[in-house]
Ligand binder design. Structure first.
Ligand code: NAP
Length: 296
């Protein structure tokens, strides 16, 4: 528990209004059908949250909804949207209308988890990515989370319980934001996510709004979309999900690294002069890309 227990009224610690009574608190979670997102859904439900789970695959969403209800006895709503197109000009109004239906819920937490472009088998030199690859990563990782946060911020502000019981926006960032080669667009979107989170958190604080924005910087994690195996530096998606929620709960907003050994990796990179980091990262990623190319 640690620092976490020093903020007992924080919604991420205890969402139930009255002990024993069903919770009225809702969390909206994107990209929740597999990987870290699915495990964050379980983590939040185990803490008593009702959840809005988002995905693009109706079958997977329905199946997860049933499992969450059966395992945790919470209420679950599904939000079916393809994040790569949902906020395009043609679908914008329809998507805003779908999101507006969530505003009547007591939305206390938004987790912008959906992300693409991080599967090692998809890493490629920038000029070998198609225009479609580039647009998909920009739309899913940047446009979707920005517009969704824009749409839900009024509800998050309204439901916030005061300085000791803020609402939360938790954004799934990545250590790739240091400038991961062969994943330049992905790295750039995660850099955006870090800056966006910090800017919005600072702005909301200045405005006296009780909404904390957290950039949760995730390093290598074994997940459905990133099968790399669990080891000391690579936790399972289940463990990462628990650490994401715990570290957000303990934070007062800003940037957090949920896993200590990922902080160590970031620190070791920051200590190196740029020429050394560039040579090391370039060599490592080039070898990885060549290895995956041979398996095709
Ligand atoms: N795993 C890592 O090592 C790692 C490291 C750093 C940061 N992160 C970040 O953590 C987050 C989760 O990663 P993960 O490894 O758990 O990912 P994942 O296993 O690939 O899961 C991604 C989720 O997003 C959904 N999704 C993808 N594209 C979508 C779209 N166009 N519309 C709607 N839903 C879509 C997927 O749904 P489908 O089931 O339909 O595909 C899935 O539920 C991402 O933001 C990622 O960038 C991960």
């Amino acid at each position: 528990m640690g620092i976490f227990s020093s903020t007992p009224s924080n919604v991420l610690v205890q969402p139930r209004n009255t002990p024993g009574a069903p919770s009225t608190a809702w969390a909206v979670l994107t990209g929740s059908t597999t990987g870290i997102g699915r495990d964050i859904a379980h983590e939040l439900c185990s803490r008593g949250f009702n959840v809005v789970i988002h995905g693009r695959n109706e079958g997977r969403l329905e199946e997860l909804a049933k499992t969450l209800q059966a395992d945790h006895g919470v209420r679950v709503v599904t939000l079916l949207l393809d994040a790569s197109t949902a906020f395009n000009p043609e679908s914008y109004s329809q998507t805003r209308a779908a999101v507006a239906e969530l505003e009547s819920l007591n939305v206390r937490v938004l987790v912008n988890n959906v992300g693409t472009g991080h599967a090692p088998e998809g890493f490629k030199p920038f000029d070998r990515q198609t225009a479609q690859d580039v647009s998909t990563v920009l739309n899913v990782n940047v446009a979707f989370m920005t517009h969704l946060t824009h749409a839900l911020l009024p509800a998050l502000k309204k439901s916030a319980g005061g300085p000791k019981d803020p609402s939360f926006v938790v954004n799934a960032g990545s250590l790739a934001d240091m400038g991961l080669p062969y994943a330049a667009v992905y790295a750039g979107t995660k850099g955006y996510m870090r800056a966006f989170s910090l800017a919005l958190d600072t702005e909301l604080h200045a405005e006296g709004a009780h909404v904390h924005v957290v950039a949760s910087i995730i390093g290598d994690t074994d997940s459905d979309g990133h099968h790399v195996g669990v080891n000391l530096f690579t936790p399972s998606s289940r463990d990462m999900a628990r650490m994401v929620v715990q570290s957000a709960a303990a934070s007062g907003g800003g940037v957090v690294l949920p896993y200590r050994l990922h902080s160590l990796q970031e620190w070791m990179c920051a200590l190196q002069p740029y020429w050394m980091l560039r040579a090391g990262m370039g060599m490592h990623m080039k070898a990885l890309v060549e290895k995956y190319a041979k398996t095709k």
